[in-house]
Design a protein around this ligand. Structure first.
Ligand SMILES: [Zn+2]
Length: 282
């Protein structure tokens, strides 16, 4: 199923490039600083996003095979973008357009000896691509740096696609918390907060409330007003829908002043505590 989602976002990416092409712009070979394949990276990110969106919605853990698929989808999308360019290349009044005006390029000859096949179309791109250099948005040079250089840039673009596909996985999976038994994301529900210094009493109190469903529900549903500018603990119930296990985690939050004097809240991971709890969805 994740492959269908991936195929859908890949098609969307190709369609987006087709729309850009109507305005004589292409994102895929946009390389700021000449050797940074940012356009390819963005396209790679977009085309693989379907896979990770599906994994996120289904709360599933990303494995090596998903990452591998995102690279394959990036390579296929890269190839299909060039095929889309060939498919939509028409000639009218001696100029190539991508809005289906005139006759398809395959009706014309490449180098006066061969027809314009997809392969020859790619060759002509590599032979004729001009590299536009800009400084502060102003075009300073517009040169064809040769077949070899253009081929190198094409490979760099492909690398951008692959890295984009992998980066998408890293962004999508950032900060996710899995159940170790069944590799599924925990459901989370914030319970209450309490002042620093009361953690042992809180843990004891909640453990005592495990005796019955009602007392547990009552205990975790209460709220305690706290002053947000002092260190405090935040209690969260997390539970796994697959294996029906639950935990209460306690995160220690403290505040500090930023450079521009704003109060920001941080978590001290060394003071993190977690205990097992009865499986009750509230
Ligand atoms: Zn589980």
């Amino acid at each position: 199923m994740y492959l269908i989602w991936g195929a859908f976002t890949a098609l969307l990416t190709i369609f987006l490039e087709f729309i850009f092409l109507q305005g004589s712009f292409s994102l895929h070979n946009f390389n700021p600083g000449l050797f940074i394949p940012a356009g390819g990276w963005i396209d790679g990110l977009l085309c693989a996003s379907g896979i990770y969106l599906y994994m996120k919605i289904k709360r599933k853990r990303v494995k090596i095979r998903h990452r591998l698929c995102s690279v394959i989808i990036a390579i296929v999308t890269f190839s299909l973008i060039y095929f889309m360019m060939y498919f939509s290349a028409y000639v009218s009044d001696g100029n190539i357009n991508h809005s289906f005006k005139g006759e398809h390029i395959s009706n014309y000859m490449y180098n006066k000896t061969e027809v314009y096949s997809f392969r020859n179309y790619l060759k002509s791109i590599l032979e004729n691509t001009t590299t536009i250099t800009t400084v502060n948005g102003l075009v300073t040079s517009k040169d064809n740096l040769g077949f070899g250089f253009n081929k190198f840039m094409l490979m760099l673009e492909l690398l951008g696609f692959c890295v984009g596909g992998l980066t998408c996985g890293v962004i999508a999976m950032e900060g996710r918390d899995y159940c170790r038994r069944c590799k599924t994301d925990f459901m989370r529900k914030r319970l209450y907060s309490f002042k620093d210094g009361f953690l042992p009493e809180e843990i004891e109190g909640v453990k005592n409330s495990f005796e019955s469903k009602e007392s547990f529900k009552q205990f975790i549903k209460r709220d305690q007003a706290i002053e947000k500018d002092i260190p405090y603990y935040e209690a969260t119930l997390k539970y796994c829908l697959s294996c029906k296990t639950a935990y209460i985690e306690y995160r220690y939050i403290y505040s500090k002043k930023s450079k521009d004097n704003k109060v920001i809240f941080r978590e001290d991971k060394d003071k993190y505590e977690v205990i097992e709890a009865p499986y009750i969805i509230i």
